[in-house]
Write a new protein. Sequence first.
Lengths: 429, 421
Amino acid sequence: MEQLCLRSKNMKRLIIQFTTAGLIFFLLAAPQLAHAEDSILISADTVYTMNGKTLSPGQVLVVDGKIKAVGKTVSAADSSTQEIKLGPGSVLMPGLVDPYSQTGLGDDGTDERTEEITPNFKAIHSVDWEKSALRRQRENGTTTMCVSPGRQNVFGGITAIIKTYDAGNPILNEDGALIASMCSDPTASNRSRSRPDTIFVRQPTNRMGVVWMLRSTFDKVNRASAGESEFPEIKQVLTGKRPLMIYARMSHDITTVETLANTFKLSPIIVGGHEAYKVKEMLAERKYPVILDRIDTRATTGAEQSKLCWNQAAVLDQAGVTFALCGNDLLDQARFVHRHGLSREKTLAAITATPAKLLGVQDKVGMIKPKLDADLIAFSGDPLDLTSRIQWVMVNGQVLAHSKSITETNEKNNDAKLGGDSVKTKEGN
Amino acid sequence: MVAGSFSVAQKPIAIKGGKVITMTGETIENGTVIVRDGRIAAVGKDLKVPVEAQIIDATDQVVMPGFVEAHTSSGMSQANETNQTVPYLSVIDSIDPMNSYFRDARRNGITSVAITPGNSTLIGGQAAVIKTGGDFVDEMILKPVAGIKISLRPVSGGRMSHLAKLRKALDAAKKKLADKAEAKKDKDKKESADKKKDTDKEKKPSTATQPETKVESELDKAMFALLEGEIPAIIYCEKAMDVGQAIRLIKEYKLDAKMVLGRDCHKAAAQVAQMDLPVVLDSTMVYWEEDPRTKEEKKIVLPEIFREHGVKFVFQVARSNSQTLGSNFLWYQAATAVKYGMSEQDALEALTILPAKLHGVEKFVGTIEKGKDADLVILSGDPLKVGTWVDKTIVSGEVVYEKDKDEQLKRLLTGEETDSE
């Protein structure tokens, strides 16, 4: 395992080589690579297949946007095959899969504020493909995202699984899981009925109300016959035809989810799970997977005063709980999860193969293996090293050049310098 | 938890077996650092260890000078006073050694820090460089007056009135200083004239009235020190446009300035480079900026831009709620700079000797050299690796942090409650 670690001494030299080599590469080769029909043979020092094997060196053949072959040496499809040779120290790995996100959805919010039960709302209808948030995501290595309605509704709606780049066929599943909330978020800004003229006259106003609405809705739908149910999406969940994701942070909320799941014979995926470590035995026994919220490296308590455990990924792993990471900065999340104690392989799996499996798209993404989509990331070095850079990201066989940093585009914008316009900014790496 | 650093004679400490990155250009594999009376007594290979010394085994570990944080407003009971023109106040009166900032700083390998009044001010008071180990502020002070904070970001109202207020204060002080010099000149003249008279006509009492010596106010004293360059100005620029104003002020009032730059100031990197001013970068070093007209987004990498302009800079960490994971660690900031092309050596300097020089405390801290303060950090591995932890932090020869004994960290990493919490 540790042999994968790259020695830091080489890093500086590598990075310099890569920045120059990478730039020249894109200026010369990028336009030709943009056709998915082409076959591309990529050679890297190390290939993390996330399929149980790590190849060093390794080669990956991509044909028509799909992975055709993976191995130590792979022969090119034909003479027209383009070759990409990554430099020394390079690492190729599958594009990252973010299993819970609101990024890329429209600016008008992800929560319906007039009703509390909206299982028929679909996240796919809010996806804005032009949004630069998607570009930021893929530049951070994320190629597949599960976009979800927000958590301020008891039943929020239906998730969608999409690529972060519209390469012809960017939707993996527009009719994904039902997302529900078992936390205090649906009560946020709800008031009692003293002001009937506001739109905030909606239930619930406390956590008991959240549980009641979940329970009574499940019960009502359960009693109704399939054809006449008001909420067919919930019916599908109850009959095991649609996955259920429930957002719950606190250990007592996760326990409530378990009770609900027992009553209605559900097998939910827990999202959030700040205190999942406190109920790890139950989660392992019930086989409820957890999508862990972003960790924070300075907070000891999270939302709703949840008590955080920075190393919860490793704690859950030891207990035998399946988990994945989420967030706009998946790579940095992974690096810190690894820092806090999770092994290298498990950390990388938690941002690739595991979330793909949780989302039911393991036949398309999450690994480098034949027939899967050619979603790849080329790194200058160890992906878990803070000093490694993403060279490029490939989505469905299309190489997307990494955005050039400001020094290359600065001259053009000189006239805008020192201007009085307000500039909107977003943090990122 | 932390004993006073000016307590009685300590036992010498010998840190053995580690890779010693001295930051003087020399890295000693399997080196030894000997600490005596709070200072570094010797550093090298195969040193003779005093028999009475406490041995710290640093085999497979890395020994570095403790990190120096060049600018923070943490660790105080309150970052800013309500009154905005208070150059005579000192952060020393507001530093709270029990603040969790100091615990975190020790955990993150920071041994010295310039505590500076916040950015929501006009002339905000005096910064001080202090050590992170100690129970009482008196025993933590390294440099009691490190600069006077001037912020160019208006607290309320616009930049015109903010700048006008600043100039008014500076002009008033400048005039008083000139008057003072004039008065002194007059006085000297008079005195020499009197003397002459005295020698001419002995024993005749002088009829000339002595000019009153004005009692200088605290405000005047501080402003005079600022204008005479005795105390540097620590100027915070929020936007690129503030950099231009700062440079005008520096030139006009001949200030000895150090710059703390908000992230927008990358657009003025060339001006900063021209002035050759020491710079503290914003804690958000990588971000996406939207063009106000075209709405196009552009990735901005601060360390890359300033490096290409030849500006020497140091880092600061995010105070709270930053979206950038890890930006609360100085080493993470340094690793980010390396990711975007800085050499590892330069990045390590920006954690140690560079900030020490910025505040003029390089004679005491910033490198591992004989005679310097024994401010050391023992790391589990190479400094910029994500898997590296601070194993021990030593301030003035005293071990102020040990990971093994960090109960809070233990809880955060295991999820298990410990008795001591």
